[in-house]
Write a protein that binds this ligand. Sequence first.
Ligand code: CUA
Length: 312
Amino acid sequence: LVVSGCGARALDPAGPAAAAIANLWWVMFALSVIIFAGVMAALAVGIWGRRGDPGGQRERVGRYLVLVGGALVPGLVILGLMAYNTYISVDLEEPDSTPVATIYVESNQWWWHVEYPDYDFATANEIHIPTGRPVTLRLHSDDVIHSFWVPELQGKRDMMPEQVGQIWLQADEPGTYRGQCAEFCGLQHAKMQFLVIAHEPEAFDAWLEEQQAPRPDLTDDQAIRGQELFLEYGCGDCHTVRGTEAAGTVGPDLTVIASRRELGAGTLPNTRENLADWIIDSQQFKPGNLMPPMPMPDQDLQDLLAYLETLR
Ligand code: CUA
């Protein structure tokens, strides 16, 4: 209970879809408790109750009880739960109102590429949504099967290499909701997390506008040197920084890396020190990830960090 209930927070819903799933869970839990108590009571009677003569009236009542309690009641309970479960599953396929945005999410070992096709920009490991209205998520995997899960907002949806799936999210209140890959996908499956950040609609529109605005020119000398180093060290072969020559798609988009809360898909808090350690050798934190160790003189590292800190 502690590990799954409190940690995953699936029973602490923050949106209509998760609320429906949590209701289903509570109904099943209550029925389980009632049935368990009934079975234990019958067992106690069986062990300690008075025994009748073979073929007598008590035995006939016992046979009747086995038929009703052992076949009819479980059959009705299971059929009832199946109907309720099917109703919820069908109901969860489509949101009640029209989605206000479509977001494209692509899973990779072990991070999330997040694209806003209507607004022509991408980010990674963070999905920003408005509150109170649903958004559609188109889900696709670039390698193996992953599964998209934000316990407080929705059920799980597998992400397949060969097809594009779909799910919708809606958060009732502004806040940050943790998502986690829910299908074992290799060594760093556990460190394949993301955040859903829900803003009030006006704040969301402002966020969209901010993302689409051209990046400001660099003014700081150290940051300018850092940008040159970013390209010299080959960072741009794997990472994209919009508005620059860096256009790699192997790793996460870094256009707003400085504003992200975490590094390595939930591996570390995004601090200057962690970012420095991550650049030098990310393998110590997340072995097997695609980013090679990048040993470099400390001055280069400081310049690079100065540049990365402007990317927000
Ligand atoms: Cu991706 Cu587990």
